[in-house]
Write a protein that binds this ligand. Sequence first.
Ligand code: MN
Length: 484
Amino acid sequence: MTQGTASPSRAHDLRTWLDHLQSTDRLAVARENVPLQHHLAAVAKRLDGKQAVFFPAPDGHRIPVVSGFMSRREWIAEALGVSCQELLPRFRQAVDQPLPWCELEAGQARCQEVVLEDIDLHRQLPIPTHSEHDSGPYLTAGLLIARNPCTGVQNVSIHRIQVHTHDRMALLMLPRHALTYYRMAEERGEALPVAIAIGVDPLTMLASQAITPIDHDELEIAGALHGSPLPVVKCLSNDVRVPADAEIIIEGHIPPGIREPEGPFGEFPKYYSSREEREIIVVDRITHRRAPIFHTIIPAEMEHLLLGAIPREASLLAHLQRSFPTVDDVHLSIGGVGRYHLFIKFRKQREGEAKNLILCAFGAHYDIKHVVVVDNDVDVHNPQQVEWAIATRFQADRDLVVIGGAQGSVLDPSTTLSVQTTDGAPPPPHLQGIGAKMGLDATKPLVYQEHIFTKVRVPGEDSIDLEQEIIPQARVDLLVASAP
Ligand code: MN
């Protein structure tokens, strides 16, 4: 494995990165007064993957909104100061060698320059409503930071958070670390203190999505990605430590025993998840920088998909390489919403190995639904090449693996048909996301006759120098011969 080279990052903080995007024509500036309901998301969606968008005074609000500043794989690599090929090894290195944060004294952190105690979320923050059937305004790019109630170790994760009233929000916590901490607090009849950091740099955003065991503070991974300890500061109303350079911090707590309806909300699979009773956050305080910037992620668009996909790819690659050292690369395709379709590139050494590899991948994360294994002459980042391998190296009666009744993503709408409920209501939580896994061995045989599996190439196609072969601006007169 190559170690990522630590060339200087262009993403030391959010504003440096936005300024870099602006200086390279990758930051569009919208007109003032763009409506926060649907219109802002529509503009950002149209520019998805082409330009980030900065919205000054949306709906006349004093705080501007930015979206889409991590919406290409190349941009994320650039923010880390590495090539696309070095992206996964670099991220994995940071996960393996986290760097403890350094704590600033109270009053030194930019995220606490302004303190708001009389909370009114609707008035104080420019919170957009994104998709057609969303139940209202949502925070989509907030890093939820909580502490293990027993040990104090922190966890960082992104959740969709629906604004209910002036100081109450509801959130979706999937069965991961934040929910575990909350259950620990709730069992003791206590609230879980939390903070939500909005407007952090790209590397801290990416670190928040690392797939790590519980009780690994993702802010330490952020420090490792930065190459220096992340400055943090203690919240004013609780003990949570937050990134000191964040634009906005919402301090609050998740009280025990309270659930309120949340949803529907358009999620990463590009479908709505249903309205259900969920945990709530009561806001205690808001702090922010002077003239802060609010970040929103447009659901199911590139920033959302890549933020989930790249850290997952890094941990999947590490997981698979433990048992299969000849795995070269993996990719969670965008068509597979950055979660469900895993393409694996590897050097097969024995005929049965690809199927073992498929089974290993299914166990690595419940979101993985379809796996395609290809040889190392196929680029897993190019869906056309993967399809070519399936078209020419795969036979369904021989190379297909199907496993029914397994745990899949609860947000995959096709899984709901696998469980029948009498009244047509959503299945209870313990039956949600049950579905099938499918693996395709699209590798060619190790031994074959003549050139039957030799990929066609023209000698010289990669090595000739076109400047030597093509005459600049030359034209031929093609019509003269056919003149009457
Ligand atoms: Mn975690």
